[in-house]
Design a protein around this ligand. Structure first.
Ligand code: NAD
Ligand code: DAU
Length: 342
C-alpha cells in the first residue's frame, strides 16, 4: 500500500478539544470536513474551557473525561476510526513547579489512549507533540530535523518525549497506524493567558507589567494556531504511518520582540516591559525544519505580524473570555506562586 495515499475518516476523536489548539482544530476540521462526526474527550482541567467550543457544541459530541482513565477512553473511542491526541498538561513553568500531572496525563494518558485505540481497531492515531523534544538549539544556526535525537530539558518536554516513544512503540509492536506532529510555539484565539503571547496581551490591556525572562533574547518559532491545525489535519490524511512531521513557521522572534510588538500594537508604554528572573533551564532557541510536512502539501497562511495583529484583536474583542479565565483561582495562584517572587 502507498503509505502517502490520502486517508478518509468519518468518526474522529479529538482529545483535549476544549483547550487552545484542540479547539482551534475542531473549528478548522468542522469547516474542512463538514460531514465528520467529532467526539471531544476533555477532562476540563484549568486549561479546558467549553466556551472555546460554544459556537460548535451542537455539531459535536462532548465527553468530559480523562484520557488516563481506561473507561473514559474506551467510551470515547467506540466506533471511532481516528484519534487525535491533543490532551496534555502543556505549560513548561507549571512542570517546573510540579511535574506529576505531566507524567500522569502526557505519558500514562497517552498509553491508556493507545491501548484503547488498539482495542477499538482505530485506523489512525495522531499524537500532537512538540519541537521541545529536540531540546535547546542556542549557539547554533541549525533547524531540527525529524531524525534528530531527543534532548528534552524540562519535565514537560521529557513527558512529551516519553509519550512519543510509546506511540512509536505501539506502531512497531502492535501494528497500530500512528503519526506524530512536532509543532512549534503556537498562538492565536482561545489561548490560556499563561503562555507568553496571551499573558503579555492581557497584562498590557490591564496596564500591568510584561514579565520578560532573563534578558529576553530567547527565541521561539511562533506559529498561528490555524496553521498548526491545518498541518495536523494534513498529516492525519497524508502522513506516512510511523513517521513524525515538524510543523513550524520559519520565524525566529525573541521575548523582547514579542513584548515590544504587543505594546506598540496596543499603544502602551515601553515602561511596561519588566525583566525578571530567568526560567530555570530555559531553552533559548527552538527552530524546526518543516520541509517534510511542506512536501506533503502544507502551506502556512500566517506571517507573525499578521497572526499577532489578528490575535491581539481577538483578545481586544473578547474581554469577557479572558477576564473570566484570569479571575479564576488557578490563574491567580500561578501568578502569585510563579511571578510573585520574580
Ligand atoms: P492547553 O493546555 O491549552 O489544553 C490542553 C487541553 O487538554 C485542555 O482542554 C485540558 O482540559 C485537556 N486535558 C488535560 N489533561 C487531560 C486529561 N488527563 N484528559 C483529558 N483532557 C485533558 O494545551 P494546548 O496549548 O492547546 O496544547 C495542545 C497540545 O499541543 C498538547 O499536547 C501540547 O503538548 C501540544 N503543543 C502545544 C504547543 C503550544 O505552543 N501551545 C506547541 C506544540 C505542541
Ligand atoms: O515550542 C512548543 C512549546 O511552546 C509547546 O510544546 C508548549 O506547550 C508551549 O507552552 C510552548 O512552550 P514555551 O516554553 O516556548 O512557551 P511560553 O509561552 O511559556 O514561553 C515562550 C518564551 O517566552 C520562552 O522563551 C519563555 C518566555 N517567557 C514566557 C513567559 C510565560 C517570558 O519571557 N515571560 C513569561 O512570562
Amino acid at each position: 500500500m502507498d503509505k502517502t495515499v490520502q486517508k478518509q475518516f468519518k468518526r474522529v476523536v479529538v482529545t483535549g478539544g476544549a483547550g487552545f489548539i484542540g479547539a482551534n482544530y475542531v473549528h478548522y476540521a468542522l469547516s474542512a470536513h463538514p460531514d465528520w462526526q467529532i467526539v471531544v474527550l476533555d477532562k476540563l482541567t484549568y486549561a479546558g474551557n467549553l466556551e472555546n467550543l460554544e459556537a460548535v457544541l451542537h455539531r459535536i459530541e462532548f465527553i468530559q473525561g480523562d484520557i488516563a482513565n481506561p473507561a473514559d477512553a474506551r467510551k470515547a473511542l467506540q466506533g471511532a476510526d481516528a484519534v487525535l491526541n491533543f490532551a496534555a498538561e502543556s505549560h513548561v513553568d507549571r512542570s517546573l513547579l510540579d511535574a506529576r500531572a505531566f507524567v500522569r496525563t502526557n505519558i500514562e494518558g497517552t498509553l491508556v489512549l493507545l491501548e484503547a485505540a488498539r482495542q477499538a481497531g482505530v485506523r489512525r492515531f495522531l499524537q500532537v507533540s512538540t519541537d521541545e523534544v529536540y531540546g535547546d538549539l542556542s549557539g547554533t544556526d541549525r533547524h531540527s530535523l525529524e531524525t534528530d535525537p531527543f534532548r528534552p530539558r524540562s519535565p514537560y518536554a521529557a513527558s512529551k518525549a516519553g509519550a512519543e516513544h510509546l506511540v512509536l512503540a505501539y506502531g512497531i509492536s502492535h501494528g497500530l497506524d500512528v503519526v506524530i506532529t512536532r509543532g512549534s510555539n503556537t498562538y492565536g484565539p482561545y489561548q490560556y493567558p499563561e503562555k507568553i503571547i496571551p499573558l503579555f496581551i492581557t497584562n498590557a490591556l490591564e496596564d500591568k507589567p510584561l514579565p520578560i525572562y532573563g534578558d529576553g533574547s530567547a527565541v521561539r518559532d511562533y506559529m498561528h494556531a490555524l496553521d498548526h491545525a491545518a498541518g495536523i489535519d494534513l498529516v492525519l490524511h497524508r502522513g506516512a504511518a510511523g513517521e513524525a512531521y515538524n510543523l513550524g513557521a520559519r520565524e525566529q522572534v525573541s521575548g523582547v520582540q514579542v513584548a515590544e510588538a504587543i505594546l506598540a500594537a496596543l499603544g502602551k508604554p515601553a515602561t511596561l516591559k519588566k525583566f525578571v528572573a530567568d526560567r530555570p533551564g530555559h531553552d533559548y532557541r527552538y527552530s524546526v525544519d518543516p520541509s517534510k510536512a511542506e512536501a506533503l502539501g502544507w502551506v502556512r497562511r500566517y506571517s507573525f505580524s499578521r497572526g499577532l495583529a489578528e490575535t491581539i484583536e481577538w483578545y481586544v474583542q473578547n474581554p469577557s473570555w479572558w477576564q473570566r479565565v484570569r479571575a479564576k483561582k488557578e490563574h491567580q495562584s500561578l501568578m502569585q506562586t510563579w511571578y510573585g517572587q520574580r
